[in-house]
Design a protein around this ligand. Structure first.
Ligand code: ZN
Ligand code: ZN
Length: 604
């Protein structure tokens, strides 16, 4: 494989006499496999020079693949100036992390709106296919690409490329997970250990090294590594060559030299033959092929390439009279989905609006006083306007119904309470008439008794306690997962008595995986939430903390009531074998013992 640096500067282009040797252009790297597959990683201002060079090559039209780590400007600003994208006949695939709010195509189109640039994304001449990525693996010609989330304020992917028997990792715009970051004594924990595994035994790692350890104290949380961290972590996992990159715009060539000298001195004491250097614009590195090994991925790995959901437009919702809180949730959900909403608080107003507005979705509240839900539903179905007659009817109610007078309209029931995210996902589903892959857990039998038992423990909303924290710490370490929780399922929320790796104290019950887990005696294991119709559209899956794997062991009191779970969460798909499930059960038993202490300490 051949690697050529076209842009090595971080944050902002900084051309000038002080940056001649290492370069002033922002991130852009060209990679070629021996059979000629062309991959470009990131498209900062360095892409301009690469584009010019590609256009002069004899091999035209150009077939290429562009991997974007994230859409901060210093990684995409070269796109409008990348000539091979403008030229008809060329063919490009563009890959970037899937964001919750919009597709990569829309994000890139944003920086090419008329206010910023005269050529729109639609008028680029090349044939372009856009791909939104998750963590996982995919194939680009003869190159196997693995994507892995990095630690950065924007959703960012690192890429590992395998071809010709060699491995290259691009890990840019990444901050250590642990603070303070590594010192000489390597002790990798959790997420940092997984990052290390992503880099392990690579022939070349191109790593963020924007700061030095001395500068880092003021830069914590900015999403970048120190040179020391990059060197230590690569050294620990047998990396052969390390290119420090994303050079700070404040750093001139001599300052970069000094960092390289310091890093080589740092390595002198260790016996590993890691070669460290600073990536320099224009520099080419050839990695010798080991053609006996073939780059492929195993069937057990998960694909990183996702489907893209179509956007909603030109739909409208009618909302009948309901209580103020429910109305606010539905209105907020409609606004977030960009769907027009009209509301009528009397039967007369409702009928008038439905006649003129012809909504695609009609939401009524069974409990609403003064408004005749039955009459509204009848008028919708009898409407002369075909669209209105076909409108979906949604009935809000306080509990599941065996039968109702509204059943003849085949309504969808939505049971209070529900979150805005839940309403939002359902609205998208009802209007697009696709399946909603998010199910709220049913209520356990004898729910009131269960809640009374939970309250009786006197544990809700108490502070952290070492007796629980040590269990989640052990779980997180033993299973190598970023998140471990002791979660208690309260009436409308799940509340975390102990949590490793998550900043939230609670989440709404209708999003809670644990609300499902407390319905069964056995542990609930979700190997890949994306493939599970109960969870795929859950906002904890589609957004932060990006749950892909869940394992929850229900925590039972001696009286048989399930209070919550000890659960494990990962951002990538996983499986647990029987031994691991037993281990989870054992740790769960320890948590149960601690929970039960709340009972013993209480006078009868
Ligand atoms: Zn950057
Ligand atoms: Zn960035």
């Amino acid at each position: 494989m051949l690697v050529r640096f076209w842009g090595t500067r971080g944050s902002l282009a900084k051309p000038g006499p002080d940056t001649v040797r290492y370069g002033g252009n922002t991130s852009c790297i060209e990679v070629r496999s021996s059979s000629g597959t062309l991959v470009v990683i990131d498209c900062g201002t360095g892409a301009h020079g690469l584009g010019q060079a590609l256009m002069k090559e004899p091999n035209q039209p150009i077939r290429g693949h562009l991997l974007i780590s994230h859409t901060h400007w210093d990684h995409i600003q070269g796109i409008p100036f990348f000539a091979p994208l403008l030229e008809p006949g060329n063919e490009w695939d563009i890959y970037a992390p899937l964001s919750l709010s919009q597709s990569i195509q829309d994000t890139l189109a944003g920086q090419m709106q008329y206010t910023y640039f005269p050529v729109t994304i639609e008028s680029l001449g090349a044939k372009i296919k856009y791909h939104d990525l998750l963590e996982g693996v995919f194939q680009v010609g003869d190159i196997t690409v693995r994507s892995r989330y990095l630690n950065h304020p924007a959703l960012t992917l690192g890429y590992r490329l395998d071809a010709d028997g060699v491995s290259i990792v691009y890990s840019c715009d990444h901050e250590p997970y642990s603070h303070p970051p590594l010192t000489d004594k390597i002790e990798l924990r959790n997420q940092d250990r997984r990052h290390a595994n992503f880099l392990r035994d690579a022939d070349l790692v191109i790593h963020d090294a924007q700061y030095t350890a001395a500068e880092y104290a003021d830069k914590t949380g900015w999403g970048h590594s120190t040179a020391e961290y990059a060197v230590d972590i690569c050294n620990a996992v047998g990396v052969k060559q390390l290119a420090l990159t994303h050079h700070d715009p404040m750093r001139d060539d001599n300052a970069v030299d000094q960092i390289v000298d310091a890093m080589r001195a740092r390595l002198n004491s260790s016996r590993q033959p890691l070669h460290v250097f600073a990536a320099a614009e224009g520099e080419t590195i050839e990695l010798e092929s080991r053609l006996d090994t073939e780059a492929t991925h195993s069937a057990t790995e998960f694909s990183a390439v996702t489907r893209v959901t179509p956007a909603i437009s030109e739909f409208s919702i009618f909302l009948g009279a309901t209580d103020a809180q429910t109305a606010e949730v539905i209105k907020g959900a409609a606004a977030a989905e960009n769907v027009r909403l009209t509301a009528g608080t009397s039967t007369k107003a409702a009928l008038q609006i439905i006649e003129t507005d012809q909504p695609s979705l009609v939401i009524v509240d069974e409990q609403s006083a003064g408004v005749d839900a039955l009459e509204i539903c009848r008028r919708v179905k009898a409407s002369g306007a075909r669209e209105t007659a076909q409108a979906h009817i949604v009935v809000i109610a306080d509990r599941d119904h065996a039968t109702s007078v509204l059943d003849e309209f085949e309504p969808v029931w939505i049971i209070r309470p529900f979150t805005q995210e839940y309403a939002r996902t359902r609205i998208r589903t009802w209007i697009l008439r696709t399946t909603c892959r998010w199910i709220r857990a049913r209520m356990p039998e004898h729910e009131e008794a269960r809640l009374a038992a939970l309250n009786n423990l006197g544990i809700l909303d108490t502070g952290p306690e070492e007796r629980f924290d040590r269990i989640t710490r052990i779980a997180s370490e033993a299973f190598d997962v970023p998140i471990a929780l002791v979660s208690l399922v309260d009436r409308d929320r799940q509340w975390f008595k102990s949590c490793v790796g998550l900043n939230a104290k609670e989440t709404p019950r209708d999003m809670a995986f644990c609300a499902h887990a407390i319905l069964e005696n056995e542990a609930l294991i979700v190997p890949d939430a994306f493939l599970d119709p109960r969870f795929a559209d859950n906002p904890l899956v589609t957004g932060e903390p990006r749950v892909r794997f869940y394992a929850g062991c229900p925590l039972k009191l001696p009286d048989g009531n399930f209070m919550g779970t000890l659960c494990l969460i990962d951002t990538q798909p996983r499986q647990l074998d029987d031994r691991k499930i037993n281990l989870l059960r054992d740790l769960g038993n320890l948590a149960e013992i601690e929970l039960s202490r709340g009972l013993q300490s209480k006078p009868d």
